[in-house]
Design a protein around this ligand. Structure first.
Ligand code: SF4
Length: 323
């Protein structure tokens, strides 16, 4: 188990003693018939027992003054605490056992789902467990193994290229700095931050499509460029929060605040969201939009951390309904 997973388990255990009080408070704060994991389990984070703020956008009279930067920062930190209560088990949704596996899985995750990557990597790492093995791969054979993830020719070039660089320049080890990671073929800033945050414990923000969409909906930034988004969000939160904040936001984006139909009526942070109403507000209809463990479905990882409350994902090729 990774140190991060350990820490999530620890948080959950610590939370049990505060469960009754906090759950009671939160129930009365929720906008609708929301049954989030925090109604049954809570983390012990400080500050989250305060009553939820009034929605800064939708529920405000039109004449209200624009939100100050300080108020936005406070609201952003409040959202982070609320999300920590809702997703105490937030984690990277790629299966990996070491930095090399996480690096490879992250490269493969471009233009596909983490689920599809997780269903593909067991066979990949069985055949090519080390950078040396992958550097020596016959490209056509590697392509066949990773074909389910799409763009398999370009991804094969990246994997062989980065494995060769690891073998020749880093003694077969994944380097633990942004500066070195981004020199590897197929590795950009986002991939490097995922690897640093989750395999090396170096705080990093992962600005993927979910992260960008949600922070703009929350009016934390209006930037579109991922690097500018990263810089603006980094200024709102202490470094120590960056990695877990990224997981919480991405969890929320995948489960509740979807791109096309956000489930606003089942959203535990609706009172803090200026974009409340952009999606379905009817609580019953919104509940049906929830995904993964919140909707009662399997997650994305075949080997989720022990504290994950949902079902593991099925292996590749499992017929629908057989999982
Ligand atoms: S689901 Fe709706 S209320 Fe919740 S964060 Fe997204 S836009 Fe805001």
């Amino acid at each position: 188990m990774s140190p991060k997973q350990n820490s999530a388990v620890g948080e959950q255990a610590a939370a049990k003693s505060k469960k009754t009080t906090k759950a009671a408070k939160r129930t009365s704060e929720k906008p609708a018939d929301v049954k989030s994991p925090s109604s049954e389990r809570t983390s012990g984070r400080s500050g989250s027992s305060k009553p939820a703020a009034k929605a800064p956008g939708a529920k405000r009279p039109k004449s209200a003054k624009p939100e100050s930067h300080l108020a936005m920062v406070r609201r952003a930190r409040r959202i982070n605490r609320e999300l920590a209560d809702v997703y105490p088990y937030a984690h990277p949704e790629l299966d990996f056992r070491n930095p090399f596996e996480l690096l490879v899985a992250t490269v493969l995750s471009a233009q596909t789902t983490d689920l599809r990557v997780n269903q593909t990597t067991p066979a990949l790492f069985a055949k090519y467990p080390t950078p040396e093995d992958m550097a020596a791969a016959v490209p056509e054979e590697l392509e066949e193994v990773i074909r389910p993830t799409g763009f398999f020719r370009a991804k094969t070039r990246s994997l062989i290229g980065l494995s060769t660089a690891l073998r020749d320049r880093y003694d077969g080890e994944v380097p633990g700095t942004l500066k070195d990671l981004v020199t590897l073929p197929g590795v950009g800033r986002k991939t490097a931050n995922v690897v640093l945050g989750n395999a090396f414990g170096v705080p990093g923000l992962t600005v993927d499509t979910h992260f960008g969409r949600l922070v703009r909906r929350w009016k934390w930034t209006d930037q579109e460029d991922p690097e500018k988004v990263e810089a603006e969000i980094a200024a709102i939160f202490p470094k120590s929060e960056w990695t877990m904040l990224s997981h919480r936001i991405i969890f929320h984006g995948r489960r509740v605040c979807h791109s096309r139909k956000p489930a606003c009526g089942a959203c535990p942070i609706a009172p803090l969201c200026p974009s409340y109403g952009e999606g379905e507000t009817d609580p019953e209809k919104a509940k049906k939009l929830l995904k993964y463990e919140l909707g009662g479905y399997p997650g994305q990882r075949l080997s989720p951390p022990p504290d994950y409350p949902g079902k593991p994902a099925p292996p590749l090729g499992t017929p629908a309904g057989a999982e």
